[in-house]
Write a protein that binds this ligand. Sequence first.
Ligand code: SF4
Length: 254
Amino acid sequence: MSDAISLSQNAPPQTVAPADAMPPAPADALDVGGFVPMSTVDWPDRLAAVVFVQGCPWRCHYCHNPGLQPRCAHPAHGWARVLETLQARQGLLDGVVFSGGEPTLDRALIPAIRQVRVMGFEVGLHTAGLYPERLAECLPLVDWVALDVKTDFDDYKAITAVPRSGDPVRACLDLVLASGKPHELRTTWHPDLISDTMLMRLARRLKAAGARRWVLQSYRATPSTEASLGTGVRTPPDELVDRLRRTGLDLMVR
Ligand code: SF4
């Protein structure tokens, strides 16, 4: 999942497509925890709907949507209802982004991607890189992927609270880079979570792996994060950004 996401409630579909015009929802439907029918910020240069898939086993200190972490017996939005809304917006949206939580957790993700492709949408994927095998299945089906690289792989536990959680991310990074798919790598910056030394080490690793586009995201406090990480926005200092850029990476701060 992406670190900096906004979860808003689904507006009711403006029109409901007849059932026989809809791709059938699989019996094992995607576990949807939230849905944004139109977004300009979740996929660069695309107008996209965003589907937030429920569930993530990590516990990142800065998670903006801790409510999406548990797998929920009663998800907030039905996948069939999401499909209805998408059907009504064909021609108005460029694509659909699957975010989370961690979307690759859900074994219904791939059938869901196939369904929206059949409807004519491009597909974007936000992932924190927990499940390399499922990501490998997804990559041929997606048009763009945003992979969180939270810190240097050996330091992941400090952010996710899960031992060895950097190992699958390392594998996912290799998969994304080898796929040739348009992508961006994302790291949320906060001085208490990632030191300058760690960040430089990460930059060199990304460069050595063949990465090009890297986005440093400023930490933005939410009610669920401000007790531990403080209020407001924390933006990486210019001097640090300059040093990171000298590695040769295409680095953007936002
Ligand atoms: S990986 Fe999981 S816990 Fe961490 S920010 Fe993403 S959804 Fe939240």
